[in-house]
Design a protein around this ligand. Structure first.
Ligand SMILES: *[C@@H]1O[C@H](CO)[C@@H](O)[C@H](O)[C@H]1NC(C)=O
Ligand SMILES: *[C@@H]1O[C@H](CO)[C@@H](O)[C@H](O)[C@H]1NC(C)=O
Ligand SMILES: *[C@@H]1O[C@H](CO)[C@@H](O)[C@H](O)[C@H]1NC(C)=O
Length: 202
């Protein structure tokens, strides 16, 4: 059996690595239409501040104004823990307008950026929640989606993950810092979302 000399083995390994690296970059370039991956965990490659407006249907006659609805009845556990409970197990489904400024858009239906998804309450004695939603961009500035999810504890600032994206946000990942910017009982809240992407195709 032929044995490899040390220099020829090293040369073979280097050749293999170089050919693997070059085929990987060709594949990425092809799939993303010539864009390239920018990844730095020290500096975000993209930053956005957006406001999410959630108007919960509260059984009055404002159905046209509502953008979210409870999808569950109060659980026996939430009622037993305290009255009216902290809604442990309650799930809310939403299709909310998202804006760059704090003001509500003039037409709730025709907003070009929307957040679609759900939050559920998972605290027995505090208003802790869990979020999972997609920010859908259909504007002249951006076409595509970002998917966000994570625990939403009852604190002033909380971070959730940006786990992926499509379109202009192809394969994006990062962190969104949430802060409740306004709160009107149970019927309305405005969430400030500071989205920082650390992986982008540009
Ligand atoms: C229903 O809407 C009308 C018009 O906005 C308002 O005047 C009325 O008070 C509302 N009724 C209830 C029960 O909320
Ligand atoms: C819709 O809801 C928002 C938030 O509660 C409120 O500011 C606004 O006046 C409402 N609009 C109508 C037409 O009821
Ligand atoms: C995006 O906007 C265009 C133009 O306003 C509209 O025709 C299209 O239906 C929208 N798409 C979605 C998914 O909302």
């Amino acid at each position: 059996m032929a044995t490899w000399s040390k220099p020829s083995l090293i040369a073979a390994v280097i050749f293999l690595l170089v050919s693997l690296l070059s085929s990987a970059s060709v594949a990425n370039g092809g799939r993303s239409g010539g864009r390239r991956l920018v990844r730095s965990y020290d500096e975000p490659c993209k930053e956005m501040r957006l406001y999410l407006h959630d108007i919960l249907y509260d059984y009055s006659n404002s159905t046209s104004n509502s953008t979210s609805a409870a999808a569950t009845k109060p659980t026996a556990l939430s009622a037993a823990v305290s009255n009216p409970g902290f809604f442990f197990g309650r799930m809310v489904v939403f299709n909310d307008p998202v804006t760059e400024g704090r003001a509500l858009p003039p037409s709730l239906e025709e907003t070009v950026v929307r957040a679609q998804g759900l939050y559920l309450y998972d605290g027995k004695v505090v208003f802790d929640a869990w979020f999972a939603f997609t920010v859908v961009f259909n504007s002249t500035a951006h076409q595509g989606t970002l998917n966000l999810m994570g625990a939403d504890p009852n604190t002033e600032m909380r971070d959730i993950s940006v786990v992926g994206g499509t379109g202009d946000f192809f394969m994006s990942r990062g962190v969104a810092t949430l802060r409740t910017d306004a709160f009107e009982g149970f019927t309305y809240f405005r969430l400030q979302m500071d989205i920082k992407l650390y992986e982008c195709y540009v």
